[in-house]
Structures are given as structure tokens and as C-alpha cells.
Design a protein around this ligand. Structure first.
Ligand SMILES: Nc1ncnc2c1ncn2[C@@H]1O[C@H](COP(=O)(O)OP(=O)(O)OP(=O)(O)O)[C@@H](O)[C@H]1O
Length: 266
């Protein structure tokens, strides 16, 4: 995908998504990736492929390297060696903002907002273009009202558009975070434990939200809730000690003896 301004990227990404059905083609290719922190090997000669249009689960024990991998994909960390390619282009060495502009969006384990700003204002800010002023955001003078409504609908926050972030429930804050990722109009979305801290009703709500994104985005999701993963994803990769232990369909993975041994505890 060529580098472009945010607004060009928005329309370009949308068109690109519409052209791309889910298939066997890899959109994200991790090849011989290594990351060490001093003497600690966090990612160890990792190969991994995410196919275009799929929902791909990333599981593994604590410390397996899942968040480190996400940070290497998004450019927050630089690999010690190896390569990450997205849509055929090398990401390694690019800055996080350039990688985001190439169409890679992410959520974080810890949600952070402006407590006094409403859901609409947050989305407006995320959709902003260089001509947007603070006054226009506060007055709701937005060219983006349709997109804001669309995103709020997708993340089940249409009733909360006028609610300030500090008055949202924890679950609603997590949905807003997903909305902010959608506003960046990424092609690949990386979710880092989106269900952490959610109760069972909220987790089901989250499952529906992510399920509704299926087909429009490629999704890589780190999640410890194995029931949620099984219901949501097309394929699972299991990390262990920074390496790939197994990749396959959910039913294959839960029956895999090595995976049971190191992660599922059976
Ligand atoms: N910035 C850092 N400096 C030093 N060590 C780090 C750093 N980030 C991660 N690590 C170490 O790298 C290893 C992998 O950590 P990582 O957070 O990627 O695991 P994880 O699979 O996401 O674990 P969890 O499921 O607990 O979130 C761990 O041993 C961790 O302590």
C-alpha cells in the first residue's frame, strides 16, 4: 500500500477492503523474527502468517511473547533480527505512525481516554484531518457525523455518543477503544486482550462487535479467554517461549497435545 495522507488513506483503505475477500493469501508475514531484552529472548526465530480477511487468535502462556510480537508489528519495538511484512511491504524499521498509515491499527491492554470528552468528541478527534480545530470538535461541527454514527453503531455506543468517557462503564470504554481503532481505518487490526476485565455479558457484546468486523478487516487478537477465542477466530497460533508452537483451526489447536501441555493445562 503506498504511503499517503490520512484522508487519502481513509478512502483508499475502504476501497481496498471491499476488493478483498477472505482467502488463503497472507497479508501479514512474520519471518525469522527475534527480539531480545538483554539476555532475555522474548521472540525466538518466529515465523507466523495471518491471512487476508481472517480473524486470527494469538494465545500462549504468560510471558510467551504475544504483546512483544504486537509491539514489533506496530513498530513500538524494533526487532533484533528478522522481518515483518504487511501487504507485501517490509514494516521493519518504520516508525509506528508510518506503520499505522500503512493500515495497521491496534488496541492496548490498558484503556486511556480524556475523561471529560464525550464519545462523539473522541471519535471526531480520531477521524480528524489537519483542518480540524478544537472549537469545531467541541461544537460538533464535523464532516464526519455519518462515519461517527456508523462507528458508534458498530461498537454498540449509539446511545452513548453524548456521554463523557468518565461516565462510561468499563465495558463501554473498551468498545470506545475499538471505535477509535476503526476511526483510523486500518486494514489489519491488532487486539491485545480486548476482553480483559469484562463480565460475561460484556464479553458476549464484545464477541458480537468483533464478529461484525469480520470480512471488513483482517484481525489478530491476543486473548486468554479460550472459549471466546474458539467462538471468534478462524485460526489460532500458539506462542511458547517466543516461538510458534502450533497454528491451526480452533478445534485442532484445543486437541493438540503440546498445546494442552504448555497452555491449556490438560
Ligand atoms: N520492555 C521489556 N524489557 C524487558 N523485558 C521485557 C520487555 N517487554 C517484555 N519483556 C519480557 O519479554 C517476555 C515476553 O513478554 P510479553 O509481554 O510479550 O508476553 P505475553 O505473552 O504478552 O504475556 P502476558 O500474557 O502475560 O501478557 C517476558 O519475559 C517479559 O518479561
Amino acid at each position: 500500500m503506498p504511503d499517503s495522507t490520512e484522508s487519502e488513506l481513509s478512502s483508499g483503505s475502504q476501497d481496498a477492503r471491499e476488493r478483498r475477500p477472505a482467502g488463503d493469501d497472507s497479508i501479514l508475514t512474520v519471518d525469522g523474527l527475534d527480539k531480545t531484552f538483554g539476555s532475555l529472548v522474548a521472540i525466538d526465530d518466529l515465523d507466523l502468517e495471518v491471512r487476508e480477511g481472517e480473524v486470527h487468535g494469538l494465545i500462549g502462556p504468560n510471558g510467551a511473547g504475544k504483546t512483544t510480537l504486537i509491539n514489533l508489528i506496530t513498530g513500538e519495538l524494533k526487532p533484533t533480527s528478522g522481518s515483518v511484512r504487511f501487504d507485501g511491504e517490509e514494516l521493519t524499521g518504520l516508525s509506528p505512525s508510518t506503520i499505522a498509515k500503512r493500515g495497521v491499527g491496534r488496541s492496548f491492554q490498558v484503556v486511556q481516554f480524556f475523561p471529560e470528552m464525550t464519545v462523539r468528541e473522541h471519535l471526531h478527534l480520531a477521524l480528524r484531518d489537519p483542518t480540524t480545530t478544537v472549537t469545531s470538535i467541541l461544537h460538533g461541527d464535523s464532516d464526519h457525523e455519518d462515519r461517527i454514527s456508523e462507528i458508534a453503531d458498530v461498537v454498540h455506543l449509539e446511545e452513548q455518543l453524548g456521554t463523557v468517557a468518565k461516565n462510561l462503564s468499563y465495558g463501554e470504554q473498551r468498545y470506545l477503544e475499538i471505535g477509535l481503532v476503526l476511526a483510523l481505518d486500518a486494514d489489519l487490526i491488532l487486539f491485545d486482550e480486548p476482553a480483559a476485565g469484562l463480565n460475561s455479558a460484556e464479553t458476549e457484546d464484545l464477541r458480537q462487535i468483533i464478529d461484525d468486523l469480520r470480512g471488513d478487516y483482517t484481525i489478530l487478537i491476543i486473548e486468554h479467554n479460550i472459549d471466546l477465542v474458539r467462538r471468534l477466530v478462524d485460526r489460532i497460533s500458539v506462542l511458547h517461549g517466543g516461538s510458534l508452537l502450533a497454528t491451526g483451526a480452533p478445534d485442532e489447536i484445543v486437541e493438540n497435545e503440546r498445546v494442552k501441555e504448555v497452555y491449556l493445562g490438560e
